[in-house]
Design a protein around this ligand. Sequence first.
Ligand code: ATP
Ligand code: MG
Length: 387
Amino acid sequence: MKIGVFGGTFDPPHNGHVAALEVFAEKCGLDRVFVIPTGTPPHKAAGNTSDTDRLEMARLAFGHVKNAEVCDYEVKKCGKSYSVETLEWLKTQYPNDSITLYTGSDMLLSFHKWYKVERIFQLCSVAAFSRTGDDRAALDEQAKMLREKFGGNVSVYDFEPLAISSTSVRNSINGGLDFSALVPESVAEYIRFNGLYGCINIENAKELLRSRLPAKRFEHCLGVAKTAVYLAEKYGADKRKAEIAGLLHDVTKNLSNSEQIDFCTENDVPLDENDLASPQVIHAKTAEFFVRDTLKITDDEILSAIRYHTTGHAGMSLLDKIIYVSDFIEPNRDYSDVDHYRALADNDLDNALFEGLKWIICNTITKNIAIHPDTIEMYNYIINERT
Ligand code: ATP
Ligand code: MG
């Protein structure tokens, strides 16, 4: 039997790993591949992703790869494992089988410094794959050196890598960016559900809202989030973004109008005379600031949907429209013709948006208060679009 070993921190596993593992198994004709997440040394444990999370994510990421299985040997050992020790253990388990060790560029280029490198080469051959696609010459040269100096059986394979690293995934998540193209969907779900790497977790967001808002306003936010997910599914928007924007759109609504203005002054959130003439819209600006600055969500689509949920603006995105409409049809709304607007939203989002906008403009006029210019621009934009 030909056995492969694919070791790594997998914090988290990403699509670059998956693509590499698939090609490794195929090109080396492997009958079994052990994916072996490293253990966390006790002094590094605090603040790091737990071993359990990394194992679980590895199972989710690599479970579908033919002949691959995740092995908890190094994690169970607790603490630093040298590759040579893992290979010795594997050899005792499979004494008559050959072992091939996967190395990405970074691993191969530092391989000569690995602990007991000569012994490693007695236990296994090494298969090297580029991580960037442009370092073939360096890999060939290093392989030649390892062969000559340590008698290693090293092969470099042709491979078109996905230039992703776990570091780039962690940074994207931490910056609130969309990371869904970087990791398998099941891993993304796991990260979101467990709030790993600073990912805003829906449950955390709900707790935050519950602590900030009166019960009725909190229920309204849950209703908008629920409706937004429904509309996102129906009209093809990102459901997670819809849920987060829906939940958080009123996160600063606990502040009075004068507190909203103070908040803007303290945090350098620009306000102009139009905002001051319609102070009821300022909470959308303060919510956008709070979500970006305090919750560290930097996704432009989420921020825009929050920013414009009250005034609207010309040329709204799909997510902007979904949050705007969800706000006036969510299940807790009970004005007399709410069902009419719900039916409109079910049939044609743009039509619901337009009808809702007209209602809001008329209602604002009835109250003798200023209409924010963003709302007027939105109205004119839609009129031009429709004619
Ligand atoms: P970090 O950014 O935290 O260092 P990483 O992306 O380098 O993480 P590791 O878990 O350290 O991931 O890598 C495990 C193995 O997979 C290593 O052999 C590494 O060289 C290889 N590898 C990582 N990313 C890729 C990629 N995009 N293409 C090919 N091989 C990769
Ligand atoms: Mg690395």
